[in-house]
Design a protein around this ligand. Structure first.
Ligand SMILES: Cc1ncc(COP(=O)(O)O)c(C=O)c1O
Length: 471
């Protein structure tokens, strides 16, 4: 029979998986570096932090800092809490976790599920404020008898755990062929411990630190950001800045977008810090390819610290993403040109149908019939089609109104009966702009490129385009 003695024995030994979809932009697979994700979400508590929980507890037991019936108190964004809560559940300790209120509701609920208590503190206060989650945790640890604060930010069991487990795993799994380690840093325990081990084996390994904009670790000025679990507004004792050869700073927007892509394209349910690390890996891989170095020989290992289940109400909630400016409406990134290109692929319409002021109305009506369209811009220029030549429009609805009252108008010229010109929209404009103009009442828009009309965009065109994109 093959089984583990307890869930704690199943921590670590996480697999590496090649990323093949989000890396497409790097060109043909055979010319790309190998980009491997280390799936820390497969630890029992769902994150890389499981690895440090038990070693910190065992060291405290050895040193007499934690005795039976004791209480573990820790300021944590959740993941370390889950690791500690699992270990504490098996060892019979009470747990209190103190966290910033920006942390997701799922992370808090999960901690409570393991039987832990959760104390929330405001996010946007400096660490030295008495209200900060660091200060509150310190006060609780002082006031509660038998309390032990593992203090993952200063406890050297944290980086040592990675030096002992994560680093050697990566070395063995890549058969020593790793050339680049890419990791984000919160306490810095992961990147420091893993890098120490790997650089001892092979000093030329490049360690890439992936940091959110607004974190001091990569030298930015501290300011709030939304990415959870990584980046800091101080330098933790567990972080050895000397191990990082270069930093890549990643915006919330890019990190969140990449996390969603990893999930949708690779099928790996990813947390935000995975997005940050993968953006950093692709940045460095792109540079390597551009430099003409032997990129194909490079082997990147990217630490993917946790999964997406903790972020269903934020990262994976479109409403929350939009409210926080992290998700553009599809129309903000699709251009009018995309719609025109899509329509031209159908081949059912010439690029632009124009009527001339001197044409008979009857002939213009033929245009509606021939092309199945309902409005046509009118040009006063018998040959050319500059925007300046467009002086009006005729629409199916406008003509019907008039012809019904006075059938003789079909014999008149277009110039005599035309309506106002249709509003214009640049082909480079976002589809949002076209939508806004159509929603405001325009029957159709003239799409313009460099001063020349190139097509008409009607409400039906927009509807058809949206329907095709969904299909
Ligand atoms: C989601 C997430 N990613 C990455 C990290 C960074 O790990 P480390 O503290 O070892 O630097 C953490 C740490 O809490 C985390 O919660």
């Amino acid at each position: 029979m093959r089984y583990a003695g307890s869930i704690l024995e199943l921590i670590g030994g996480t697999p590496l998986v090649r990323l093949t979809r989000v890396t497409r932009e790097l060109g043909p697979a055979e010319a790309q570096p190998l980009i491997l994700g280390k799936l820390e979400a497969l630890n029992p508590g769902g994150s890389v932090k499981d690895r440090i929980a038990l070693p910190m507890i065992e060291a405290a037991e050895r040193d007499g800092l934690l005795r039976p019936g004791g209480t573990i108190i820790e300021p944590t964004s959740g993941n370390t809490g889950h690791g500690l809560a699992i270990a504490a559940a098996l060892r019979g300790y009470r747990c209190i976790f103190v966290m910033a209120d920006k942390q997701s509701a799922e992370k808090q609920a999960l901690l409570r599920a393991y039987g832990a208590e959760v104390v929330l503190c405001p996010t946007n206060v400096p660490p030295e404020s008495p209200e900060s989650y660091y200060s509150v945790a310190a006060r609780l640890a002082r006031d509660i008898p038998g309390a032990f604060k593992p203090d993952q930010y200063w406890n050297m069991e944290n980086p040592r755990a990675h030096e002992r487990t994560t680093g050697p795993e990566i070395w063995e799994q890549t058969e020593g062929r790793i050339t680049h380690l890419v990791a984000s840093a919160g306490t810095g325990g992961t990147v420091s411990g893993v890098a120490h081990h790997l650089k001892r084996q092979k000093p030329e390994i490049v360690v890439v630190g992936a940091d959110p904009e607004g974190s001091v670790l990569s030298g930015d000025t501290a300011r709030p950001y939304l990415t959870e679990g990584i980046g800091e507004d101080f330098f933790p004792g567990t972080f050895d800045p000397a191990v990082v050869d270069r930093w890549v700073r990643v915006s919330d927007r890019d990190a969140f977008a990449m996390a969603r892509r990893i999930t949708r394209e690779e099928g790996i349910l990813a947390g935000e810090s995975c997005g940050t690390a993968v953006v950093a890996a692709l940045t460095v891989a792109r540079e390597l390819l551009a430099s003409g170095a032997a990129a194909r020989e490079a082997v990147f290992v990217v630490i993917l610290p946790d999964g997406g289940r903790s972020y269903l109400s934020k990262l994976y909630n479109d409403e929350w993403m939009r409210a926080n400016g992290l998700l553009a409406s599809p129309g903000a990134i699709i251009r009018v040109a995309d719609l025109l290109a899509d329509r031209h692929r159908d081949g059912r319409l010439p690029d632009l149908v124009l009527a001339r002021t001197t044409q008979r109305v009857g002939e213009a009506i033929d245009l509606f019939e021939r092309y199945g369209i309902s409005q046509v811009p009118v040009s006063q220029d018998p040959e050319g089609n500059a925007v300046g030549g467009i002086v009006g429009s005729i629409t199916e609805k406008g003509l019907l109104d008039r012809a019904y009252r006075d059938p003789s108008i079909v014999e008149r010229t277009v110039g005599e009966v035309m309506d106002r010109p249709l509003p214009t929209v640049e082909v480079g404009a976002a589809l949002d702009e076209a939508f806004a103009k159509l929603a405001a009442g325009a029957p159709a828009l003239v799409a313009v490129e460099g001063g020349t009309p190139v097509g008409v965009v009607s409400r039906l065109d927009l509807l058809e385009f949206l329907a095709h994109r969904r299909a």
